[in-house]
Structure formats: structure tokens, C-alpha cells
Design a protein around this ligand. Structure first.
Ligand code: 6GU
Length: 236
């Protein structure tokens, strides 16, 4: 029995941003039928001569707001591909994306990413989307990007590599920064001496217990130094 591919649809007015996702691991996953990635131009669901996707904001203010109609028609069409898709709107006003978010989303069978420009999408689109799927507003962190495209690419890469079969050796997913709430331990390869810098002796000792202890200490030490916030949320 072959598991159905995870389907990921992206709605964007800049679909060529996503050309890079055909490269490397995620490209192979698509070729292997594990991942079914469809990037669609939101303007394909406009019906006026100028393919208009935005308009001025009610109440005044700077910038333009994305019109609801193209989103409504596009979501209606894409949502029919599954029972109840998870519809993600990248937004600096959303919940913060973490490795736990990526693990959760990697278990879903159908994700739809709606990339808005940062002045925003008409609020009624989020309400409507929640009637055809489960809506999540998700932010990459506390800074502002020009639109959802780069954030969506980051999320697809983080989620995609957790889909079973995408990363060849699943063990390589375990000992990574953030998988256990700590930063990763440092890695070394040959040569053992490079520009007067030696690889730590313990790694050359062949003593696997000592190596495991040293790596754990390194994880705790660098997490305390660089990301003390992670140590105070250890059981999230
Ligand atoms: Cl998800 N979108 C935008 N436009 N800006 C962001 C972001 C998302 N996350 C951080 N900044």
C-alpha cells in the first residue's frame, strides 16, 4: 500500500518565486510522488481585463488591500481536492512558526498557502476560508517581509523535510537544532588539524558514551549562551 502524496497548494501573485522548490530534496520528493506541490497564480481567478487583485482600503490609509473575490473562487476550487484542507496565511500578525508547528503541519494531507502582500488581504477572506478548511495565520518571526512568498517557502521547506520519505535517512532528522528544544552540537570532519585548529580529542577517542556526553554538554552550553529563551520553555 503506497501512502497518498501530501498535497501542498500555493496561491501567489508571484508564482515564479517558488521555482527553487523543484531543486534538491523537495524536487526529488515531487518526482517520487511523495509530495504534490502546485503553485498557482491568484490572477488566474480574476475575470477583468486588468486581472485586478487589489483595491484601496475602506476607511482610508496607506497601500492597497487584496480584493476578496479572487481568493474566494480560488479557495473554492482548491479546497475541493480534500475533505478539509489546512489553509495557511503567512502573516507577521500570526502565531510564530516553530519546529513544533512544522511537525504538526507535516501530518496534514492537504495544505493551502495563501500569500498576501503585507498591507493585507480583505479580512472576510479569513472568515470565509475557515468555512472550507481550517485557517492558520502564521508568522516567521518579529520582522516584516514584503509578502508571504518567502515565508511560505521557508515553511514548505521545514514541513516538507518532515514528510516521511523526503529525507533519505530519518535519523538525520533527530539530532538537529530545535528537534529536542536545544541547539545542535558542533560538527567536525577531516582533516583533524586545520590551520592550527584541532578537532576536540573526545571525538577521535572512539568512546561513544564519552562522545554522547560531550555533545549533550555542548548543546546545553550553546543553548544557554545563544538562546537562553529556549531553556525556559523546555517542555513546550
Ligand atoms: Cl509570514 N509574512 C510577512 N509578510 N512578513 C513576515 C512574516 C510573514 N513573518 C515574519 N515577517
Amino acid at each position: 500500500m503506497i501512502a497518498a502524496a501530501v498535497r501542498i497548494d500555493v496561491l501567489s501573485i508571484f508564482p515564479s518565486y517558488f521555482d527553487g522548490l523543484t531543486l534538491s530534496l523537495l524536487g526529488k520528493a515531487q518526482d517520487a510522488g511523495i509530495l504534490d506541490l502546485n503553485v498557482r497564480d491568484l490572477r488566474d481567478w480574476t475575470y477583468d481585463r486588468h486581472r485586478t487583485v487589489d483595491d484601496t482600503p475602506y476607511g482610508g490609509g496607506a497601500g492597497m488591500v487584496m480584493k476578496p473575490e479572487p481568493w474566494g473562487v480560488a479557495l473554492d476550487e482548491l479546497a475541493t481536492a480534500s475533505e478539509r484542507p489546512t489553509i495557511i496565511f503567512p502573516s507577521p500578525a500570526g502565531e510564530v512558526f516553530t519546529q513544533a508547528t512544522a511537525r504538526d503541519l507535516a501530518t496534514r494531507e492537504h495544505l493551502i498557502f495563501g500569500c498576501g502582500r503585507y498591507e493585507g488581504i480583505d479580512e472576510r477572506v479569513f472568515e470565509y476560508a475557515d468555512t472550507v478548511g481550517e485557517v492558520r495565520l502564521i508568522s516567521l518571526g518579529d520582522y516584516v517581509l514584503n509578502g508571504g512568498e518567502v515565508a511560505t517557502m521557508a515553511m514548505i521547506e521545514a514541513i516538507g523535510r518532515l514528510i516521511p520519505g523526503v529525507v533519505g535517512n530519518p535519523e538525520s532528522l533527530v539530532e538537529e537544532s530545535h528537534e529536542d528544544g536545544l541547539l545542535e552540537y558542533p560538527s567536525y570532519t577531516k582533516p583533524s588539524m586545520w590551520r592550527d585548529r584541532a578537532v576536540p580529542d573526545v571525538l577521535l577517542s572512539g568512546n561513544h558514551a564519552a562522545i554522547a556526553t560531550w555533545r549533550r554538554e555542548q548543546q546545553l552550553e550553546r543553548t544557554a549562551r545563544r538562546r537562553p529563551d529556549l531553556l525556559s520553555e523546555q517542555d513546550d
